[in-house]
Design a protein around this ligand. Structure first.
Ligand SMILES: *[C@@H]1O[C@H](CO)[C@@H](O)[C@H](O)[C@H]1NC(C)=O
Ligand SMILES: *[C@@H]1O[C@H](CO)[C@@H](O)[C@H](O)[C@H]1NC(C)=O
Ligand SMILES: *[C@@H]1O[C@H](CO)[C@@H](O)[C@H](O)[C@H]1NC(C)=O
Ligand SMILES: [Cu+2]
Length: 361
């Protein structure tokens, strides 16, 4: 069973060994040593510890957004606060992937500049853990030791007004183990930006993991030939949980109904937010790289959530490369066009290939 993925992996590596096309002169000038983003399980123990230490450093450094976000205490909260305030306008829209691309890059940059972190933001290739429910539960990201993010919370039966309901949920309580079992979530639920200290919660749905995080679903997404349909396949439609795809799948497989990661607004309170969104970004970049001349600047889809094709409302217009995205206190406003190239003038990072079977898209 391991042989075929291994062969794919070798082919993938061989493709990378071919001479690279001569890089854009502008890129070589501005992006010389991009942080390398690796799949979590490929990090050495030391690299894992460095990343976890950097996230904990962000959770200790003082916030800069307290004027606008009364509940923000740490630099980590600054980022959660941006996501809380903008959640209603940055999901199920054409700028969802560009917005989260820049958001994660700024988080990575803050860890490097302010916490002396020397690696890249790691990603979680969920297709490595989604073939069977047992595989999901055994994912190395949930390692209960000091080099993992910990596992599920204990079962809580009562779930009041979930958004949206998560079939197959199994937990709901505070994370019991791993490096973040004592971390404090301060913002949320939903739009709340006042101080509301509580534990980090998880509410695993292994059914959602096997259903919406499958390698087949990723392949179907990467097979699309326009950004518009690639993006709809990545985010899914807005109607209900059964119309979700791997974006919502990652949030709800881990967050269920009561978990931090399932809160559309304050989901960035769970450090796994960054591993999931980095993988979303990697998949977008994989898709762009399949035909860079056509795809590097391909953008579309609605300005407003619920508009076609995510929802069934009439589209009030699509975003363009000139569309501006504000980031409040954590970063300057950029346009979608600024974020299209991960190694251009605005962004500078690169991806290491994922191990084994995910290379067989
Ligand atoms: C980062 O390194 C500098 C220089 O060694 C040091 O002064 C600073 O305290 C470090 N920052 C953190 C958050 O560890
Ligand atoms: C927006 O983009 C989608 C494809 O992503 C397209 O089907 C739709 O017609 C566009 N809508 C408008 C108003 O341009
Ligand atoms: C979209 O579909 C839902 C469910 O079928 C319906 O309740 C809603 O009114 C529709 N909205 C629009 C704008 O057509
Ligand atoms: Cu988001």
């Amino acid at each position: 069973m391991k042989l075929i993925p291994f062969v794919c992996s070798l082919l993938f590596t061989a493709a990378f060994a071919l001479p690279a096309p001569s890089p854009d002169p502008q890129d070589t000038k501005t992006c010389t040593s991009p942080p390398l983003r690796k799949e979590w399980r490929t990090l050495s123990d030391e690299e894992k510890l460095n990343y976890i230490t950097a996230v904990k450093c962000m959770q200790k450094l003082p916030a800069i957004s307290t004027g606008a976000v009364p509940g923000a205490v740490s630099r980590y909260d600054d980022f959660v606060g941006v996501h809380v305030r903008d959640a209603n306008t940055i999901h199920f829209v054409g700028h969802t992937l560009p917005w989260h691309r820049y958001f994660v890059a700024k988080f990575e940059e803050a860890m490097i500049n302010e916490c002396n972190y020397t690696g890249g933001q790691p990603y979680w290739d969920f297709t490595l853990d989604s073939a069977k429910e047992e595989d999901f539960l055994a994912s190395p990201i949930f390692d209960p030791g000091p080099l993992g993010f910990g596992g599920n919370g204990p079962w809580i039966a009562e779930s009041i007004d979930p958004f949206p309901p998560a079939p197959g949920r199994t937990g709901g309580g505070c994370v019991q183990d791993g490096a973040f079992k004592d971390s404090v979530v301060r913002l949320g639920p939903r739009e709340n930006i006042q101080l509301n200290e509580r534990c980090l919660t998880r509410d695993f749905s292994p059914w959602i993991a096997t259903t919406f995080l499958s390698a087949q679903l990723v392949k179907d997404t990467l097979d699309q030939t326009t950004f518009g349909w690639f993006d709809v396949k990545a985010q899914g439609k807005i109607q209900n949980v059964y119309t979700y795809r791997y974006h919502g799948g990652g949030h709800l497989a881990i967050g269920g109904e009561l978990g931090t990661l399932a809160d559309v607004w304050s989901s960035a309170g769970d450090p796994l937010f960054y591993l999931h969104h980095t993988n979303m970004d990697r998949l977008w970049w994989e898709w762009q790289k399949k035909d860079l001349p056509a795809r590097l600047y391909d953008i579309s889809n609605p300005i407003y959530p619920f508009d076609f094709p995510y929802g069934n409302a009439t589209s009030r217009g699509n975003v363009t490369l000139e569309f501006e995205m504000p980031f409040h206190e954590v970063a300057k406003t950029v346009t979608i066009g600024d974020t299209m190239d991960i190694m251009g003038e605005t962004l500078c990072y690169d991806y290491a290939p994922s191990p084994e079977k995910s290379n067989c898209y």
